[in-house]
Design a protein around this ligand. Sequence first.
Ligand code: ATP
Length: 234
Amino acid sequence: MSAILEAVDLNTYYGRSHILFDVSLSVASGETVCLMGRNGAGKTTTFRSIMGLKSTKSGKIVFKGKDCTRQPAFRMARMGLGYVPEDRRILGSFTVRENLELGKIPGRGGRWTMAKVLEHFPTMIHMKDRMGGTLSGGEQQMLTIARALMGNPDVLVLDEPTEGLAPVIVAVLRELIMTIKAEQTTILLSEQNIRFAMAVSDRVVVIDKGHVVYSGTMEEFKREETVQKKYLAV
Ligand code: ATP
């Protein structure tokens, strides 16, 4: 399968600290790929490097066959990378509907219209006039994903979507991701929740101390108990 998104040998620094060491990963169209690793392993830095939010010292980003290395984040978004950061930046003094409208990206129409997004997130229908700031953590997470879909991304990038969510909300999120996947949405996510990752992902890349230490299909990964124990909190 040819990759829709490819990161090749990324090296990223914070000041003098070398954080990512030749990190490579690829995502094929229609696939869900999960970047797994412990706290501080380099998941967020990898995503920020791909999105153009953090400059890389070396390496290459190829998106939809185009070399996008060092493109600014707004251009990556316009090209179709929809990013949901770990800290869920919803606008608290705007309503849910307004937050969703703000997810639209000029020139990026497509199947994810307001009506279709609300169909997939039925709980939003009842809260569309509520202020974003009054939503619970789980509701805010759903809203950030719904808002990213409003931009009709070719690849949806989710940084640790289950972080800080109660198990019951994680279960709702899992179902939601499965329905989005069924719509042939391509997803790149990061996770520490191994059960969630196993339920939704087709392929896994494990990162540890800024190095990719494992890459394989989810079926293969499920049998890799040593990798799971060594690099993840299981
Ligand atoms: P987490 O689950 O905690 O978000 P992560 O796998 O996403 O972990 P990163 O946030 O990418 O990890 O962090 C990778 C390394 O980079 C860590 O050692 C972290 O301390 C360091 N780091 C992250 N952000 C900065 C920053 N703004 N300045 C300096 N160092 C940073």
